[in-house]
Every structure is written in structure tokens, then in C-alpha cells.
Design a protein around this ligand. Sequence first.
Ligand SMILES: O=C(O)CCC(=O)C(=O)O
Ligand SMILES: [Fe+2]
Length: 234
Amino acid sequence: MKLDELARTFWRDGFLAIDDFFDPVQVGRIDERIRQHYGDHPDFSHTDEFISAAQTEVIPWFPQNEGIHEFDALANDAGLGALTEAILGPGWRPDYCMVMFSRRGTAGQAWHQDCSPDSPSQHNLNRLVYTSDIDDAVGGQTVVVPGSHKKGLLPAGDPHGHFPGETILAPRKGTLVLLHGHTWHRVLPVRGRFRYSTNYRAVPSGTPKDITDVCVYRNMRYRFSTSSIVEHRS
Ligand SMILES: O=C(O)CCC(=O)C(=O)O
Ligand SMILES: [Fe+2]
């Protein structure tokens, strides 16, 4: 598919999943680095309050902030840059690279929007790279509601409930998923071993630096910089 067709599909659906986007050898190197970082028994870094209120069990890691350069090649991938430009337009910029790790037997991630949908033009773009297969055995599939980036605020309700039309994505090693920050999305519980994704977040021109500081869940809004619930929703 051509870049403009891919961009149109993205703007219609609020997401795009492309298998075999990245070279398996290249993502294999990142995969090893991620496993090395987390080891077998990583501890949670979020507060207990966040984990129980958000019903989201992830351990984030920002490798580039630690001066680790293995993640730079994918960040600078020409194909990824061209597709990002087709979607976000000129003047877009990379935000940060974040690995999100979930252990076996954990809840995954509850429904959320990465940022508040108050203004349709103010949002982040998740550029999710999967470095190993996510399938039925592993669990941790990513669930999206197609078109929900145009539906405004994620409705209050059951953090892990179901929405009509929800679509389950099972990305493989080398898959790229582009996901609009206003799209309603969640991650299913993790059954086998562990599950992680590497997110090279980007933003359109003119987006505030802290766009992803406050995340919208079905039961609250949460501010990461202060580790605090800023609104209870019901
Ligand atoms: O790991 C995933 O598949 C989704 C992660 C996510 O929700 C995000 O990075 O905003
Ligand atoms: Fe998200």
C-alpha cells in the first residue's frame, strides 16, 4: 500500500497494523536488550495506588533517557519516518521511546486514551514495535475500538469491559502498530511468560511537551508526573 493510502486508513480507523514492517534480525537485537534489562523478576515502578486503580500492570523503561543507543536505529528508520510524516504532516517530532513490560499472570492494561481528547488536533501517536510474537498462548493482545479517536472521551465504566466493534490485534515479531492517542485501547491479560512492546511516541507540530502526562481511564484521570489521580470518574 502507498503512504497516502496508509495514512488515509490510519485517519479512518485511528490505528494501523503492518506485519513484517521491520527486519527480524534488527528487532531481535532489541528484544534481547529488553530481556536483559528486565531479567526474570522485575519489580513494579508505579505506585500500588496506580496499579490497583488503573488495573494496569506495566513496568515502563525509557532506554534512550539512560543513554542506551541500541534503540536509536529503529527511531531513525527511514520507512517509519516517511509513514509518520504521511500521517502527522510536516513539523512532527519524536517524543520519547518507552518499553512497557508486563509479567506473566498480570492484568495487562485497562481501557484508556493516552491523552485527553479535548482538542482533536492535540494528541500523541503511538508507534509500537513488537520484537516478539504476541499470540493466544502469551496473551497480551492489544484491543482497539476502530474509529474511536473521533468519538471523544472514553466512556466511564468497567476498566476491562467490552465495546461493540472492538478489534483484537495480535502483533508478531517485526509488526508496527500505529495508534492514535485518542483511540480507545487496552491490553489483554498476560497468560504465558512476559509481554512487552516498544513505543516510539511522536507528536504533530505544535503539540505541548507534556501531552501524555495525564492518561484517561474509564474510572479516573491519572497524572504520571505527580503519580496522582486528578479526577475520579463514574
Ligand atoms: O503495548 C501495547 O500494545 C499498547 C501500549 C499502549 O497502550 C501505549 O503505549 O500507549
Ligand atoms: Fe496507550
